[in-house]
Design a protein around this ligand. Structure first.
Ligand code: FAD
Length: 455
């Protein structure tokens, strides 16, 4: 029996539960099996998948072959060099369990640890430290990839011959081939705790002003916004890895300062009817969340999980949006167009779109990724239920404004933008496509996202 006979037919979606596709799922464990899948697949029919944490449809293909790469899961740490060689299917969750107790942390962490290295590279993910450090691919020495020809390639940003393939893969949403391994730089840490400054701030202008000030003071910086408040009030949390001294002073020291024990505490109910998450429940939640933060800024010691991955504590929280699912609207705009943040919040409020997860971050300079998302300025992300009436019309109008302002939408969160908006806002797409045609001349790698945005 060959790998081509071992698929499972399944209806799958991204994290938002919208949209779904019927795909054949393969779970290979060897390079030769990946090569077999590639050689026997027709054009526009294969895409890699990690943990399905993208919100929309980049890791699925209607009637196509979805290749789950989680069995490429080796981790090999070189403590002396502060580097790790990781399989493309290794999750940041597994990696942290291995490296934190040894005094290391990932250089960039998204808001969930349940993403794979392949997914982190394919989306060139950003964290709360983008304003200082940039995105995930800035820390990669090489990527091992099986391209559309079935050829095994080692891509390095420092090698003139492979540089453009490397940057086409970073942020390339899996469309240049299967990422099977990467070498990643780590950062040293003395404790597994975070020293976090929190402050609740009553209006959006002051919150944004304080965030700009904190760009220069803190490595990590993020704000949660109460999407239902007219003033755009929110909570700013700025953090640093805690030193040994700091955890001693606050008397939170344990025998092992590098102890790391993240837990999922509870599961969200799977069958909540659409509408349970409404303006009333979100208002209650938002009020509580805002009041919980100190009125006058103060520092606290927190765990890595509670600071970086707060929602991972609740298994399957995406189910609270009910069967119709939800989407995340995440855009980036340059500093001069920061008015689009209040405009977006106001537009979502006007149609009564409740969002308990609305997050504002600062971005530093972009890297060389042709399709990487981060660009200098602001990024706002808001989760909203699909069922809200008028949502798509409002978002289409906002897309236009974001595009006219020189901004763009994040492909890893996108489930609805048009081809027109994508091509207007990702001008390096045309160069990227030339590179894709070298790496995948028969256009075998393709996803439902790729089809929607006309790749
Ligand atoms: C709660 C939550 C918080 C998040 N916070 C952030 C954040 O702060 N910053 C941020 O940048 N992102 C964030 N994300 C998005 C997430 O980091 C990305 O969508 C990431 O790509 C998901 O990784 P995954 O392994 O689940 O990949 P999937 O969702 O399965 O796939 C994502 C893309 O990667 C490709 N891919 C996956 N594995 C491979 C591989 N081995 N080879 C080739 N291509 C591959 C797929 O084809 C697809 O295009 C968040 C998501 C959630 C659910």
């Amino acid at each position: 029996m060959t790998i081509k006979d071992t698929f499972l037919e399944q209806k799958i979606s991204g994290w938002g539960g919208y949209p779904f596709s019927d795909s054949k799922i393969y779970v290979p464990s060897e390079i030769s099996q990946l090569q077999e899948i590639i050689s026997e697949s027709s054009p526009k029919s294969i895409i890699g998948r990690g943990l399905g944490r993208s919100y929309g449809n980049p890791a699925q293909r209607q009637n196509g072959n979805v290749v789950d790469l989680r069995l490429f899961n080796k981790i090999s740490l070189d403590s002396d060099e502060s580097k790790v060689i990781v399989g493309g299917g290794v999750s940041i969750d597994d990696l942290l369990k291995e490296i934190v107790p040894k005094g290391f942390f990932v250089p960039v962490s998204p808001g969930t640890r349940f993403v794979t290295i392949g997914g982190a590279i394919a989306a060139d993910v950003h964290g709360k430290n983008h304003h200082v450090d940039g995105s995930f691919c800035n820390f990669i020495d090489y990527i091992k990839l099986i391209d559309g020809n079935g050829k095994s390639m080692v891509l390095s940003p420092n090698n003139l011959e492979t540089k453009e393939f490397f940057w086409a893969t970073c942020g390339g949403m899996g469309l240049t081939g299967f990422i099977i391994e990467a070498k990643l730089s780590l950062i040293p840490i003395k404790t597994s705790l975070m020293n976090v400054y929190s402050e609740r701030i009553n209006n959006l202008d002051s919150l944004m002003q304080k965030m700009i000030e904190h760009d220069y003071k803190y490595k990590y910086n993020v704000a949660w916004i109460d999407s239902l408040s007219k003033q755009g009030r929110g909570v700013l949390t700025s953090g640093e890895h805690a030193s040994l001294d700091q955890i001693e002073k606050i008397k939170k020291s344990e025998n092992d300062p590098l102890k790391y024990d993240p837990k999922a505490i509870a599961g969200a109910p799977t069958f909540l009817p659409s509408g349970v998450l409404n303006n009333f429940t979100v208002k209650l939640f938002n009020e509580g969340w805002f009041r919980k933060a100190p009125k006058i800024g103060k520092n606290n010691i927190e765990t890595i999980s509670s600071y970086f991955h707060p929602l991972d504590g609740i298994a399957n929280w995406n189910k609270i949006y009910g069967p119709k699912g939800f989407l995340q609207y995440q855009f980036a705009v340059p500093d001069h167009s920061s008015h689009l943040i209040s405009k977006t919040l106001e537009s979502l409020r006007t149609i009564g779109a409740p969002s308990f997860l609305t997050v504002l971050k600062r971005f530093g300079t972009s890297n060389s990724g042709y399709l990487s998302f981060p660009m200098k300025g602001w990024t706002l992300a808001a989760d909203v239920p699909i069922a809200v009436e008028g949502l798509f019309e409002v978002l289409n109008d906002l897309d236009e404004e974001v595009a006219n302002a020189g901004g763009k939408l994040y492909l890893a969160k996108d489930s609805r933008q048009s081809e027109l908006i994508f091509k207007k806002t990702y001008p390096k797409y045309f160069e990227w496509k030339k590179i894709k045609l070298i790496m995948d001349p028969n256009f075998k790698f393709y996803s439902d996202l790729a089809e929607r945005i006309g790749i």
